[in-house]
Design a protein. Sequence first.
Length: 96
Amino acid sequence: MAVFVSVRGFLQCDDRSWPSSNGSSAPRGRLPVQRGVGPARPYYNWIHYVFYGADIHADSVEPMLELLRTIARIPPSDDDNDHVTGLFHASHEIEG
């Protein structure tokens, strides 16, 4: 029997780091988001959000964490030192 972990959260970024709506990096984007959900087109203001929510197999948690670590290492996109930020919550169906 497979064990699942519910993962939900968001990333906040500026327009230089914005991924395309299909989840792949836009030509000017830098976020390696694979299953993010955002607006079909970005709103033209300075903050964009990408939301994620899924029940993933427990053995997929480490690759997900590595993806988030990769995103956390993205250098600031401008002189204001704006990094990609976010918050994620995970709930293991057995361990909590």
